[in-house]
Design a protein around this ligand. Sequence first.
Ligand SMILES: C=CC1=C(C)c2cc3[nH]c(cc4nc(cc5[nH]c(cc1n2)c(C)c5CCC(=O)O)C(CCC(=O)O)=C4C)c(C)c3C=C
Ligand SMILES: [Fe+2]
Length: 475
Amino acid sequence: MDAVTSSHALSGINILKSNASKFRHDSSVHACGIRHGSSSTSERAFQKLKLQNNTSVGGKRSSSTAVWTHPLSPISDIEEDKVGVLVLNLGGPETLNDVQPFLYNLFADPDIIRLPRLFRFLQRPLAQVISTVRAPKSKQGYASIGGGSPLRKITDEQADALKIALQGKGVAANVYVAMRYWHPFTEEAVEQIKRDGITKLVVLPLYPQFSISTTGSSIRLLQRLFREDKILSTLPVAIIQSWYQRQGYLNSMADLIQKELQSFASPHHVMIFFSAHGVPVTYVRDAGDPYKDQMEECVGLIMQQLKGRGVHNQHKLAYQSRVGPVEWLKPYTDEVLVELGQKGVKSLLAVPVSFVSEHIETLEEIDMEYKELALKSGVENWGRVPALGCTSTFIADLADAVIEALPSATAITATATSTTRINFAQDPLGFAVKMLLGSVLAFLLLLFPGLKNQNWGDPGQKLFHNNYALFHKRG
Ligand SMILES: C=CC1=C(C)c2cc3[nH]c(cc4nc(cc5[nH]c(cc1n2)c(C)c5CCC(=O)O)C(CCC(=O)O)=C4C)c(C)c3C=C
Ligand SMILES: [Fe+2]
C-alpha cells in the first residue's frame, strides 16, 4: 500500500504511511522530561519544506522528505495554526470492575467482530454475551498484573513526552489521548480538541503497523465524529497510518534488542523471538488487512538494522493473544515456543513488536505464560525486550513523524466505501449464503443462551465457536 492513499473504508482523510526512512533519528532530543536538543535532521527538513512551499505549487510530493503538501493547507500557515496531535490507543480496564464493560466496548466494535451489515443489530447482544463469558479469564489476567491495565498511565506519559519533544523541535502542540475502548474515550478527546480551538490536527496511532482492528477502527470512529460535526468537518487533519518503517523506530527497537542480548551469557546463540498480537486470518485474507505484510516487513527491517551492527542472530516471528475459536495468523506463539524448545533451542529473547507500551499481553502473557511454557519445553535461558514506552529516540522520531505529516492536513469530506459492499458486488451468492447462516446461528445463540461457547473463558460447546467464525467472514 502506498503512502497518502486511503484504504479499508477510510477514504476522505489524508492518510500517511509514515515512511521517512531517509530521516536519521536525532539522538540529541530526549523525551520524558529530559533534555531537549537543538535542530534535528527532521526539523531542518521541516524548515526546508517551509521554504520549498513558498516557492512551489502545493499538492506535489516531496520525494526527499516523504511529505505531501496540500493546496488547502500551506505549510507557511503552521506557525499561526493551533496544532493538535491526537494519539490513538486501545485503552484498558483500570480496575477489575472495568473489565467486563471494557470487553463489551471491544466486542461491540464492528471492526472487532465483523458481522455482515444486515446483522449489525446483533452486534450489541453478542458483545454482551461474549464479554460476560470472557470476563472471568480476563480478570484473572489483569489481577495478576496488579488489578488493571497500565495502558492509560503509559500513554499519558508518552503524550507528555511527545509534547515536550515537539516543543524542542519548535512546534507548539497540544497532545490529546484518544482510547478506543476505555477512558479517556475518543469522543472526550475530540470534544476537548473542539473546546481548545485546534486549527490543524495530526492523528498518530500508537500502533507501528496498521490493522483494521486497531488503527482502522479508531480512524473509522474519528471519521464518523468529524463528519457529523460542523466545526470538525472543516478541520484540516493528517492521519499517520503506520510508522513501522521509520528509521528512528527501527533504531530504537534495535537498541533495545542489542542491549537485552547482552544479558545472556552467550549473546550470539540467542534466538530473537518476535511475538506480535495476532488477528483472525480472515482480516488479512478476506478484508485485505495489511497487518501481516507490515509485520513481516517490520521484523525484516529490524533484523537488517541489527545485521548492520554486526548482530547476526537467528530470528523467528509468531503471533500471540488469539481469542475465540477462529483461525488466527500463524504460526502461533505458544506452538512455536514448544517446537523450538523441543528442537533444542536453549536461549530465547522475546520481542513484543506490535505495541509500544507494556500491557497485559507483555506483562502476563509473555512474561508469565509463555516464559513458563518455553522453560517447560526445554528452553533454558529466557529474556524479554521491554516495550519502547518513553525511550527518547523513539519519542523524538514520533515527533518528527508528526512534523512531517502536518503539511498534508486536509478536511474530512468524502464518504467511506464499504468492504461489505465491495464483497457483495464481487460475490452476491456467497454473501447471501453467509448472511443466512449467520442469522440462523445468531438467533439460535440468542434463543438458547446455553450455546454460549465457554472457550472464550472456559472449555465448552463448539457451536458458538462456529457461529463466531461465520460472523468473522464479513460479507
Ligand atoms: C496491535 C495490537 C493489537 C491488535 C492487532 C489487536 C487485535 C485484537 N484484539 C482482540 C481481543 C482483545 N484484545 C484485548 C486487549 C488488548 N489488545 C491490544 C492490542 C491489539 N489487539 C491491547 C493493547 C490490549 C489492551 C491490553 C491491556 O493492557 O489492557 C483484549 C482484553 C484482554 C484479554 O482478555 O485478553 C481482548 C479480548 C481481538 C478480537 C482482536 C482482533 C480482531
Ligand atoms: Fe487485542
